[in-house]
Design a protein around this ligand. Structure first.
Ligand code: HEC
Length: 314
């Protein structure tokens, strides 16, 4: 009797405990799932803002999304972008968070090798840990594709990877973006987006003999863009840049891929632009505010800009 009573008491305690544990368990799990879902959603925005990592898809040859193999022809030789799908063997599926942050921030692979700055880590280094981890969380939800990377075809001395160490020593400073307290929030957000996440400067700035960005000509355009062609001057110079464009004309290039003359942007900008179309209004404002404040540089790339400027876009 007493024993029975004791046994049922124990049973009751055990059941209560089990229920309590199960409740905390599922509760903890849902919370973790919610946190993951939120990180993935933020990561999708970071991914789009980065231009959808479009260099990693070999569009011309119908390559699988982000599976690499796209040829980037540069004055130093041809680079082939690597597979960044979550495939553990041929992609980045086996990378941990620290490895991903190190690659993006330091330009060093999990195997400890320096990356060539054809991979725009000199821009991505400015990204916050939070944005990088969210981006990784999102990338890891995408389909894994098995496709092995190929070697770059580079001219000497660039083919010697140790040269990259020397280049980095001279040209590269790692570390997250530091806001300028003398500027307002919009400018700082714009500087972060243009300089780091969206890496506009990596395509729109000419490079020096070692392949580093020529910072004196920041955003002033180049005749040797990532696809071999020209990339326009987007500094506020009114003649050779976009200084005569209205705010809405600039927004329209990013939000819709449409130029002031009604034409649509092509090439690399059109691909990155698929991501830029998702920018929020406040981020578009921030980018415009920042572009307006960049030092104007006189540098004509290609044909003169369309005579029709912006007023009709206001
Ligand atoms: C992957 C390379 C790449 C990236 C990244 C990139 N652009 Fe471009 N951009 C181009 C190219 C190439 C063109 C020319 C497209 C054409 O002629 O159709 C262009 C065109 C433009 C134009 C039109 C200028 C004109 O005179 O016609 C603007 C404005 C512009 N980009 C702004 C930006 C901004 C702002 C960012 C970052 C948010 C950015 N781009 C990121 C390659 C890039």
């Amino acid at each position: 009797m007493v024993l029975d009573h004791l046994a049922s008491g124990v049973r009751r305690v055990v059941t209560t405990l089990a229920v309590a544990l199960a409740w905390t368990g599922t509760h903890g799990e849902t919370r973790a799932q919610d946190a993951d879902a939120a990180a993935i959603e933020r990561g999708a925005y970071v991914f789009n803002t980065s231009g959808g990592c479009s260099c990693h898809t070999d569009v011309k040859n119908d390559g699988a999304h982000l599976a690499g193999g796209r040829a980037l022809v540069t004055p130093f030789g041809t680079f082939y972008s690597p597979n960044i799908t979550p495939d553990p063997e041929t992609g980045i599926g086996a990378w941990n968070d620290a490895g991903f942050i190190r690659a993006m921030r330091e330009g060093v692979s999990p195997a400890g090798e320096h990356y060539y700055p054809a991979f725009p880590y000199p821009a991505f280094t400015g990204m916050t840990d939070q944005d990088l981890l969210d981006l990784k969380a999102y990338l890891f939800t995408l389909p894994a594709v098995s496709r092995s990377n190929e070697d770059h075809e580079l001219d000497l001395p660039f083919a010697w990877r140790f040269m990259v160490g020397a280049w980095k020593f001279l040209n590269f400073e790692s570390g997250p973006f530091v806001p300028d307290p003398d500027r307002d929030a919009a400018w700082n957000r714009g500087a972060y987006l243009v300089g780091s996440v969206a890496h506009c400067g990596e395509c729109h700035t000419p490079r020096d003999m070692l392949g580093g960005l020529d910072r004196d000509l920041w955003l002033a355009g180049t005749t040797a863009g990532p696809e071999g062609g020209g990339v326009p001057n987007i500094t506020p110079d009114p003649e050779t840049g976009i200084g005569a464009w209205s705010d809405s004309a600039i927004r329209s290039v990013l939000a819709r891929g449409m130029l002031p003359d009604g034409d649509f942007v092509g090439g690399a900008m059109a691909e990155a632009g698929e991501g830029f179309k998702h920018l929020t209004d406040s981020d578009l404002d921030a980018i415009v505010a920042y572009l307006r404040a960049v030092p104007p540089v006189v540098n004509r790339i290609g044909k003169p800009p369309p005579a029709k400027t912006s007023n009709e876009w206001e």
